[in-house]
Design a protein around this ligand. Structure first.
Ligand code: HEM
Length: 337
Protein backbone atom coordinates (compact mmCIF):
# COMPACT_ATOMS: atom_id res chain seq x y z
CA UNK A 1 0.00 0.00 0.00
CA UNK A 2 2.64 2.42 1.11
CA UNK A 3 4.66 1.75 -2.04
CA UNK A 4 1.73 1.99 -4.46
CA UNK A 5 0.52 5.37 -3.25
CA UNK A 6 3.45 7.48 -4.49
CA UNK A 7 3.27 5.63 -7.81
CA UNK A 8 -0.44 6.42 -8.31
CA UNK A 9 0.24 9.98 -7.19
CA UNK A 10 2.95 10.21 -9.83
CA UNK A 11 0.58 8.85 -12.49
CA UNK A 12 -2.11 11.32 -11.42
CA UNK A 13 0.34 14.21 -11.62
CA UNK A 14 1.48 13.04 -15.03
CA UNK A 15 -2.11 12.84 -16.25
CA UNK A 16 -2.88 16.28 -14.80
CA UNK A 17 0.18 17.65 -16.59
CA UNK A 18 -0.96 16.24 -19.93
CA UNK A 19 -4.50 17.44 -19.32
CA UNK A 20 -3.33 20.97 -18.56
CA UNK A 21 -0.78 21.28 -21.33
CA UNK A 22 -2.14 19.17 -24.16
CA UNK A 23 -3.86 21.43 -26.68
CA UNK A 24 -4.38 21.43 -30.42
CA UNK A 25 -1.61 23.95 -30.73
CA UNK A 26 2.01 23.73 -31.75
CA UNK A 27 5.31 24.90 -30.32
CA UNK A 28 7.19 24.59 -33.59
CA UNK A 29 5.56 27.56 -35.28
CA UNK A 30 7.41 30.84 -35.06
CA UNK A 31 7.30 34.29 -36.56
CA UNK A 32 10.02 34.41 -39.22
CA UNK A 33 10.39 30.63 -39.63
CA UNK A 34 11.71 31.18 -43.17
CA UNK A 35 14.07 34.06 -42.29
CA UNK A 36 17.10 32.04 -43.45
CA UNK A 37 15.57 29.53 -45.88
CA UNK A 38 13.38 31.97 -47.83
CA UNK A 39 13.75 35.47 -46.40
CA UNK A 40 11.43 37.19 -48.90
CA UNK A 41 8.44 34.97 -48.27
CA UNK A 42 6.32 37.65 -46.56
CA UNK A 43 7.26 40.23 -49.18
CA UNK A 44 6.29 37.89 -52.03
CA UNK A 45 2.94 36.91 -50.52
CA UNK A 46 2.12 40.54 -49.68
CA UNK A 47 3.03 41.70 -53.19
CA UNK A 48 0.82 39.00 -54.71
CA UNK A 49 -2.17 39.77 -52.49
CA UNK A 50 -1.74 43.49 -53.11
CA UNK A 51 -1.69 43.03 -56.88
CA UNK A 52 -5.02 41.16 -56.76
CA UNK A 53 -6.47 43.58 -54.21
CA UNK A 54 -5.71 46.59 -56.42
CA UNK A 55 -7.82 45.04 -59.18
CA UNK A 56 -10.55 43.78 -56.90
CA UNK A 57 -10.83 44.59 -53.17
CA UNK A 58 -13.45 41.86 -52.72
CA UNK A 59 -10.52 39.39 -52.68
CA UNK A 60 -10.06 39.90 -48.92
CA UNK A 61 -13.13 37.88 -47.90
CA UNK A 62 -12.34 34.66 -49.80
CA UNK A 63 -8.71 34.69 -48.65
CA UNK A 64 -9.75 35.06 -45.03
CA UNK A 65 -12.38 32.35 -45.31
CA UNK A 66 -9.89 30.01 -46.99
CA UNK A 67 -7.66 30.04 -43.90
CA UNK A 68 -10.64 29.34 -41.63
CA UNK A 69 -11.84 26.44 -43.77
CA UNK A 70 -8.29 25.10 -43.95
CA UNK A 71 -7.69 25.23 -40.19
CA UNK A 72 -11.04 23.70 -39.17
CA UNK A 73 -10.54 20.59 -41.31
CA UNK A 74 -7.48 18.38 -40.63
CA UNK A 75 -5.78 21.42 -39.03
CA UNK A 76 -4.03 24.26 -40.88
CA UNK A 77 -2.29 22.06 -43.44
CA UNK A 78 -3.39 23.40 -46.82
CA UNK A 79 -5.68 20.39 -47.28
CA UNK A 80 -8.47 22.69 -48.50
CA UNK A 81 -6.39 23.47 -51.59
CA UNK A 82 -6.09 19.88 -52.84
CA UNK A 83 -8.02 18.87 -55.95
CA UNK A 84 -10.21 15.78 -56.08
CA UNK A 85 -8.85 12.84 -58.05
CA UNK A 86 -10.44 9.80 -59.68
CA UNK A 87 -10.06 7.93 -56.39
CA UNK A 88 -10.69 10.69 -53.83
CA UNK A 89 -13.28 13.43 -53.40
CA UNK A 90 -11.37 16.21 -51.64
CA UNK A 91 -12.50 18.87 -49.12
CA UNK A 92 -12.73 21.40 -51.95
CA UNK A 93 -15.77 19.58 -53.32
CA UNK A 94 -17.73 19.54 -50.06
CA UNK A 95 -20.86 21.69 -50.32
CA UNK A 96 -19.74 24.45 -47.90
CA UNK A 97 -16.47 24.73 -49.81
CA UNK A 98 -18.03 25.16 -53.26
CA UNK A 99 -18.30 28.91 -52.62
CA UNK A 100 -14.63 29.24 -51.64
CA UNK A 101 -12.44 31.41 -53.81
CA UNK A 102 -8.95 32.92 -53.90
CA UNK A 103 -7.14 29.71 -54.91
CA UNK A 104 -5.51 31.56 -57.82
CA UNK A 105 -3.89 34.04 -55.42
CA UNK A 106 -2.33 31.20 -53.43
CA UNK A 107 -1.16 29.47 -56.62
CA UNK A 108 0.40 32.69 -57.93
CA UNK A 109 2.32 33.29 -54.69
CA UNK A 110 3.36 29.62 -54.59
CA UNK A 111 4.71 29.76 -58.15
CA UNK A 112 6.88 32.77 -57.27
CA UNK A 113 8.08 31.13 -54.08
CA UNK A 114 8.91 27.87 -55.85
CA UNK A 115 10.97 29.86 -58.37
CA UNK A 116 12.84 31.63 -55.59
CA UNK A 117 13.15 28.92 -52.92
CA UNK A 118 12.00 25.55 -54.29
CA UNK A 119 10.46 23.08 -51.88
CA UNK A 120 10.70 25.36 -48.85
CA UNK A 121 7.46 27.27 -48.17
CA UNK A 122 4.30 25.31 -47.39
CA UNK A 123 0.96 26.08 -49.00
CA UNK A 124 -0.57 26.16 -45.51
CA UNK A 125 1.72 29.04 -44.55
CA UNK A 126 0.92 30.92 -47.76
CA UNK A 127 -2.79 30.66 -46.90
CA UNK A 128 -2.14 32.00 -43.38
CA UNK A 129 -0.02 34.90 -44.64
CA UNK A 130 -2.43 35.79 -47.45
CA UNK A 131 -5.36 35.93 -44.99
CA UNK A 132 -3.46 38.35 -42.74
CA UNK A 133 -2.35 40.52 -45.65
CA UNK A 134 -5.82 40.64 -47.14
CA UNK A 135 -7.42 41.68 -43.84
CA UNK A 136 -4.70 44.26 -43.22
CA UNK A 137 -5.36 45.78 -46.64
CA UNK A 138 -9.10 45.96 -45.98
CA UNK A 139 -8.53 47.49 -42.56
CA UNK A 140 -5.78 50.04 -42.79
CA UNK A 141 -5.23 50.74 -46.45
CA UNK A 142 -8.88 51.47 -47.10
CA UNK A 143 -8.68 54.09 -44.37
CA UNK A 144 -5.32 55.64 -45.13
CA UNK A 145 -5.38 55.12 -48.90
CA UNK A 146 -1.77 53.92 -48.91
CA UNK A 147 0.13 50.73 -48.24
CA UNK A 148 2.95 50.17 -45.78
CA UNK A 149 4.18 46.92 -44.31
CA UNK A 150 3.61 48.49 -40.88
CA UNK A 151 -0.07 47.97 -41.57
CA UNK A 152 0.17 44.27 -40.77
CA UNK A 153 -2.67 43.67 -38.35
CA UNK A 154 -0.76 40.89 -36.59
CA UNK A 155 2.36 38.78 -36.94
CA UNK A 156 1.82 35.40 -38.59
CA UNK A 157 3.62 32.38 -37.17
CA UNK A 158 4.97 30.09 -39.89
CA UNK A 159 6.49 26.62 -40.08
CA UNK A 160 3.37 24.60 -40.99
CA UNK A 161 3.79 21.65 -43.33
CA UNK A 162 1.27 20.52 -45.91
CA UNK A 163 -1.08 17.62 -45.31
CA UNK A 164 -1.50 14.60 -47.52
CA UNK A 165 -5.13 13.92 -46.61
CA UNK A 166 -8.18 15.79 -47.91
CA UNK A 167 -11.61 14.21 -47.86
CA UNK A 168 -15.09 15.51 -48.45
CA UNK A 169 -16.37 13.81 -45.30
CA UNK A 170 -13.79 15.55 -43.08
CA UNK A 171 -14.96 18.91 -44.42
CA UNK A 172 -18.62 18.10 -43.84
CA UNK A 173 -17.94 16.81 -40.33
CA UNK A 174 -15.80 19.74 -39.23
CA UNK A 175 -17.15 22.93 -40.77
CA UNK A 176 -19.75 24.73 -38.65
CA UNK A 177 -23.20 25.27 -40.12
CA UNK A 178 -24.76 28.71 -40.47
CA UNK A 179 -27.89 27.23 -38.85
CA UNK A 180 -26.13 26.15 -35.66
CA UNK A 181 -26.89 27.53 -32.22
CA UNK A 182 -24.47 28.61 -29.54
CA UNK A 183 -23.89 25.15 -27.99
CA UNK A 184 -22.90 23.54 -31.28
CA UNK A 185 -20.68 26.49 -32.14
CA UNK A 186 -19.05 26.44 -28.73
CA UNK A 187 -18.34 22.71 -29.04
CA UNK A 188 -17.01 23.04 -32.57
CA UNK A 189 -14.68 25.93 -31.70
CA UNK A 190 -13.53 24.22 -28.48
CA UNK A 191 -12.51 21.18 -30.53
CA UNK A 192 -10.13 23.49 -32.44
CA UNK A 193 -8.67 25.02 -29.27
CA UNK A 194 -10.84 28.14 -29.47
CA UNK A 195 -13.03 29.58 -26.71
CA UNK A 196 -16.21 31.64 -26.66
CA UNK A 197 -14.31 34.90 -26.93
CA UNK A 198 -12.53 33.57 -30.04
CA UNK A 199 -15.94 32.60 -31.43
CA UNK A 200 -17.26 36.15 -31.03
CA UNK A 201 -14.08 37.70 -32.41
CA UNK A 202 -13.68 35.39 -35.41
CA UNK A 203 -17.36 35.42 -36.34
CA UNK A 204 -16.86 39.13 -36.97
CA UNK A 205 -14.95 38.08 -40.09
CA UNK A 206 -18.48 38.31 -41.49
CA UNK A 207 -18.02 42.07 -41.49
CA UNK A 208 -16.59 41.52 -44.97
CA UNK A 209 -17.77 39.46 -47.89
CA UNK A 210 -20.91 37.97 -49.29
CA UNK A 211 -23.31 35.12 -48.86
CA UNK A 212 -25.49 33.13 -51.18
CA UNK A 213 -29.20 33.28 -50.39
CA UNK A 214 -29.35 29.55 -49.74
CA UNK A 215 -27.04 29.95 -46.73
CA UNK A 216 -29.84 31.72 -44.84
CA UNK A 217 -33.12 31.60 -46.86
CA UNK A 218 -34.59 28.97 -44.53
CA UNK A 219 -34.53 31.62 -41.80
CA UNK A 220 -36.81 33.81 -43.89
CA UNK A 221 -39.33 31.29 -45.15
CA UNK A 222 -39.40 27.96 -43.38
CA UNK A 223 -37.34 27.99 -40.24
CA UNK A 224 -38.87 25.05 -38.39
CA UNK A 225 -40.69 23.50 -41.34
CA UNK A 226 -43.97 25.34 -40.59
CA UNK A 227 -43.54 28.25 -42.99
CA UNK A 228 -42.19 30.36 -40.15
CA UNK A 229 -39.31 32.80 -39.72
CA UNK A 230 -36.29 32.54 -37.43
CA UNK A 231 -37.30 34.63 -34.40
CA UNK A 232 -33.68 35.61 -33.80
CA UNK A 233 -33.85 37.70 -36.99
CA UNK A 234 -35.44 41.18 -36.90
CA UNK A 235 -38.80 40.81 -38.69
CA UNK A 236 -38.49 44.03 -40.69
CA UNK A 237 -35.00 42.98 -41.81
CA UNK A 238 -36.36 39.59 -42.90
CA UNK A 239 -38.89 41.44 -45.07
CA UNK A 240 -36.04 43.39 -46.71
CA UNK A 241 -34.06 40.19 -47.31
CA UNK A 242 -37.08 38.41 -48.80
CA UNK A 243 -37.13 41.01 -51.59
CA UNK A 244 -33.63 39.85 -52.58
CA UNK A 245 -33.91 36.09 -52.01
CA UNK A 246 -36.69 33.71 -53.05
CA UNK A 247 -37.01 30.46 -51.02
CA UNK A 248 -35.16 28.38 -53.62
CA UNK A 249 -32.65 30.93 -54.88
CA UNK A 250 -29.16 29.46 -54.90
CA UNK A 251 -27.38 31.92 -57.14
CA UNK A 252 -28.04 35.42 -55.76
CA UNK A 253 -25.27 36.77 -53.57
CA UNK A 254 -25.80 39.46 -50.89
CA UNK A 255 -23.29 41.55 -48.96
CA UNK A 256 -23.26 40.30 -45.38
CA UNK A 257 -22.85 43.90 -44.21
CA UNK A 258 -24.81 45.94 -46.75
CA UNK A 259 -22.79 48.82 -48.17
CA UNK A 260 -19.45 48.03 -46.50
CA UNK A 261 -18.62 44.48 -47.42
CA UNK A 262 -15.01 45.26 -48.32
CA UNK A 263 -14.17 47.27 -45.21
CA UNK A 264 -12.96 45.36 -42.19
CA UNK A 265 -14.53 47.11 -39.21
CA UNK A 266 -16.97 46.62 -36.30
CA UNK A 267 -20.20 47.03 -38.28
CA UNK A 268 -20.85 43.30 -37.86
CA UNK A 269 -21.30 43.76 -34.10
CA UNK A 270 -23.78 46.58 -34.70
CA UNK A 271 -25.82 44.36 -37.03
CA UNK A 272 -25.82 41.41 -34.62
CA UNK A 273 -26.88 43.71 -31.77
CA UNK A 274 -29.78 44.90 -33.97
CA UNK A 275 -30.73 41.27 -34.84
CA UNK A 276 -29.61 41.79 -38.43
CA UNK A 277 -26.94 39.09 -38.58
CA UNK A 278 -27.43 37.09 -41.78
CA UNK A 279 -26.93 33.65 -40.25
CA UNK A 280 -28.53 31.96 -37.27
CA UNK A 281 -24.94 31.32 -36.13
CA UNK A 282 -24.28 35.09 -36.13
CA UNK A 283 -27.33 35.78 -33.99
CA UNK A 284 -26.40 32.88 -31.69
CA UNK A 285 -23.68 35.15 -30.28
CA UNK A 286 -26.43 36.84 -28.27
CA UNK A 287 -27.22 33.50 -26.56
CA UNK A 288 -24.16 33.31 -24.30
CA UNK A 289 -23.20 36.00 -21.83
CA UNK A 290 -19.54 35.91 -22.92
CA UNK A 291 -20.22 36.35 -26.63
CA UNK A 292 -23.10 38.79 -26.08
CA UNK A 293 -20.91 41.01 -23.88
CA UNK A 294 -18.21 40.92 -26.52
CA UNK A 295 -20.64 41.96 -29.27
CA UNK A 296 -22.18 44.78 -27.26
CA UNK A 297 -18.87 46.16 -26.04
CA UNK A 298 -17.23 46.19 -29.48
CA UNK A 299 -19.84 47.96 -31.58
CA UNK A 300 -17.58 51.03 -31.63
CA UNK A 301 -14.33 49.62 -30.21
CA UNK A 302 -12.38 48.90 -33.37
CA UNK A 303 -8.95 49.14 -31.72
CA UNK A 304 -9.89 46.44 -29.22
CA UNK A 305 -11.45 44.30 -31.94
CA UNK A 306 -8.43 44.50 -34.28
CA UNK A 307 -6.13 43.49 -31.44
CA UNK A 308 -8.35 40.57 -30.44
CA UNK A 309 -8.79 39.50 -34.06
CA UNK A 310 -5.03 39.12 -34.43
CA UNK A 311 -4.81 37.09 -31.21
CA UNK A 312 -7.65 34.75 -32.24
CA UNK A 313 -6.36 34.32 -35.79
CA UNK A 314 -2.94 33.29 -34.47
CA UNK A 315 -4.67 30.83 -32.14
CA UNK A 316 -6.77 29.42 -34.99
CA UNK A 317 -3.62 29.19 -37.12
CA UNK A 318 -2.04 26.82 -34.58
CA UNK A 319 -4.75 24.19 -34.85
CA UNK A 320 -3.24 20.74 -35.35
CA UNK A 321 -0.41 21.91 -37.57
CA UNK A 322 2.00 19.42 -39.11
CA UNK A 323 5.58 20.10 -38.23
CA UNK A 324 9.05 18.63 -38.39
CA UNK A 325 9.12 15.66 -40.74
CA UNK A 326 5.33 15.22 -40.84
CA UNK A 327 3.45 16.05 -44.01
CA UNK A 328 5.33 17.60 -46.91
CA UNK A 329 6.05 20.85 -48.72
CA UNK A 330 3.73 20.55 -51.69
CA UNK A 331 5.16 21.64 -55.03
CA UNK A 332 1.74 22.44 -56.44
CA UNK A 333 -0.78 23.44 -53.78
CA UNK A 334 -3.60 21.59 -55.54
CA UNK A 335 -1.80 18.25 -55.80
CA UNK A 336 -0.21 15.96 -53.20
CA UNK A 337 3.48 15.43 -54.16
C1 HEM B 1 -18.89 30.66 -36.61
C2 HEM B 1 -19.11 29.80 -37.56
C3 HEM B 1 -19.20 30.17 -39.01
C4 HEM B 1 -20.17 29.83 -39.88
C5 HEM B 1 -21.36 28.95 -39.56
C6 HEM B 1 -19.86 30.44 -41.13
C7 HEM B 1 -20.63 30.31 -42.27
C8 HEM B 1 -20.47 31.06 -43.42
C9 HEM B 1 -21.33 31.01 -44.56
C10 HEM B 1 -22.55 30.12 -44.71
C11 HEM B 1 -20.87 31.92 -45.46
C12 HEM B 1 -21.50 32.28 -46.81
C13 HEM B 1 -21.13 31.29 -47.88
C14 HEM B 1 -21.93 31.55 -49.13
O1 HEM B 1 -23.12 31.33 -49.10
O2 HEM B 1 -21.35 31.99 -50.12
C15 HEM B 1 -19.71 32.54 -44.89
C16 HEM B 1 -18.96 33.51 -45.49
C17 HEM B 1 -17.79 33.98 -44.99
N1 HEM B 1 -17.17 33.56 -43.85
FE1 HEM B 1 -17.95 32.39 -42.41
N2 HEM B 1 -18.71 31.15 -41.02
C18 HEM B 1 -18.25 31.02 -39.73
C19 HEM B 1 -17.09 31.53 -39.22
C20 HEM B 1 -16.16 32.20 -39.96
C21 HEM B 1 -14.82 32.49 -39.54
C22 HEM B 1 -14.21 32.05 -38.21
C23 HEM B 1 -14.22 33.19 -40.54
C24 HEM B 1 -12.83 33.71 -40.63
C25 HEM B 1 -12.02 33.86 -39.63
C26 HEM B 1 -15.21 33.36 -41.58
C27 HEM B 1 -15.04 34.07 -42.74
C28 HEM B 1 -16.00 34.25 -43.71
C29 HEM B 1 -15.88 35.20 -44.80
C30 HEM B 1 -14.77 36.23 -44.97
C31 HEM B 1 -16.99 35.02 -45.61
C32 HEM B 1 -17.31 35.75 -46.93
C33 HEM B 1 -16.71 34.97 -48.07
C34 HEM B 1 -16.81 35.63 -49.43
O3 HEM B 1 -17.35 36.70 -49.59
O4 HEM B 1 -16.28 35.02 -50.40
N3 HEM B 1 -16.36 32.71 -41.21
N4 HEM B 1 -19.48 31.97 -43.67
Amino acid sequence: MEKRFPCSLFVSLLLAFFFLFSTNSSDALEVGFYSKSCPDVEKIVRKTVLSYYKDDPTITAPLLRLHFHDCFVEGCDGSVLINSTTTNVAEKDAKPNLSLDGFDVIDKAKAELEAKCPGVVSCADIVALAARDAVSLATYVVRSGKWSKNYNMYEVETGRRDGRVSTVSDAINNLPSSFWGIYQLKRSFASKGLNLKDLAVLSAAHTIGNSHCNSFAKRLYNYTGKGDMDPSLLASYATTLKKECTPTDNTTVLEMVPGSSTTFDTTYFKLVKEKKGLFHSDQALLRSQVTKNYVFSHVTNSTGFFHDFGVSMVKMGRNKVLEGKNGEIRKNCAVIN
